[in-house]
Design a protein around this ligand. Structure first.
Ligand code: NAP
Length: 309
């Protein structure tokens, strides 16, 4: 019964400290120096080397260190019997709400245009925007998307949402599935992507879908870079169909130095920081799942491996 942390791109020390502080009895090891792989039954992972689970014949639970599991589920070495769980954390959810509100207000109050005018030493009021008349569309109404939609409602925006299955939400008009995607898109003056990355959602922000947004729409992608066809976004910004984009995630991270997004006047880039998992905040759910697994009880936040999220 040993838990191994396999996270080559993250510092494992705060994670080890957070878990040990509340569960000193759990034996923790850190890849690659995690000793006999046969001992490992629980793995806590992020950006693991693909194929690595072939070395762990007894792993029963694989926990993603973040909310997304797209990279993890691509790994064909995950044993058939292993359960995959992910982090569902109020702090992660509220950070994302802060980011999306900041991006929506930044665009809605025309800060990028005033920034441009400032650099030209131009004192020029623009026609005011009435935020209550702006409709924000939230793509993906899961743990994060639903909360973001509610915060947008509280902030006074008109809000529409889109998910795979129909659902009802107070003050949010919800569209569901492919047949209702065009109606959702044509209502979304600001589009926020909060979908998981799956075979169905890869490249979903493309020329065909983005041209269905109203003229002058704004795109915020905080989900995964692979949702967006980059060339299609650039063409629609340059043709003025879209007013701008705020992108926290890229197809290739870090964004390559020569990439056109860096210098595009209508694109705002942040380096995948919209919402970061805090080890202290999520350690209790990791420990809870470890205890549940050892006691044979159902796990929290289990991912449907076939569905992909
Ligand atoms: P979630 O709880 O799994 O919710 C996913 C939502 O997407 C659900 O509403 C689901 O519909 C919908 N969906 C899935 N496939 C769909 C499809 N084919 N068509 C229409 N709707 C579909 O996910 P979450 O926890 O909210 O997280 C969303 C994503 O945020 C993560 O996967 C991750 O990529 C991203 N994220 C980014 C950061 C960052 O810092 N940038 C941080 C955390 C998370 P149903 O409700 O009908 O199932």
């Amino acid at each position: 019964m040993v838990l191994s942390l396999i996270c080559p791109t993250k510092d494992p020390i705060p994670w080890v400290a957070a878990i040990q502080a509340i569960a000193p009895d759990i034996e923790l090891r850190v890849w690659p120096d995690d000793g006999a792989k046969d001992d490992i039954t629980f793995a806590l992972v992020w950006a693991q080397p693909q194929g690595i689970f072939a070395q762990y014949p007894h792993v029963q639970v694989i926990a993603s260190m973040g909310a997304g599991v797209d990279n993890l589920l691509q790994d064909t070495s995950i044993p058939e019997q292993a359960a995959v769980v992910r982090m569902v954390d109020p702090r992660l959810v509220s950070q994302m709400g802060d980011y999306v509100l900041a991006a929506v207000f930044n665009h809605g109050r025309q800060f990028p245009r005033y920034g441009h005018q400032q650099r030209q030493r131009q004192w020029q009021p623009l026609p005011p925007t009435h935020l209550g008349q702006i409709t924000v569309g939230v793509m993906g109404l899961g743990q994060i998307g639903q909360s973001v939609a509610q915060r947008l409602v509280q902030a006074g925006f008109q809000v529409v949402g889109w998910s795979r299955r129909a659902k009802s939400m107070a003050q949010v008009q919800v569209f569901a599935g492919q047949p209702q995607l065009p109606d959702f898109l044509s209502a979304s003056e600001i589009l926020v992507c909060l979908l998981p990355l799956t075979a169905e959602t890869e490249n979903i922000l493309n020329a065909e879908t983005l041209t269905q947004l109203p003229l002058g729409a704004y795109v915020i992608n905080v989900a995964r870079g692979q949702h967006l066809v980059e060339a299609d976004l650039l063409a629609l910004l340059d043709s003025n169909h879209l007013a701008g984009a705020c992108l926290d995630v890229m197809r290739q991270e870090p964004l390559p130095q020569e990439h056109p997004f860096w210098s595009h006047p209508k694109i705002l880039i942040t380096p995948h920081i919209a919402s970061l998992t805090d080890p202290v905040s999520v350690a209790p759910q990791i420990v809870e799942n470890y205890r549940r697994y050892t006691a044979g009880r159902p796990l929290l936040n289990q991912v449907d491996r076939r569905q992909g999220y």
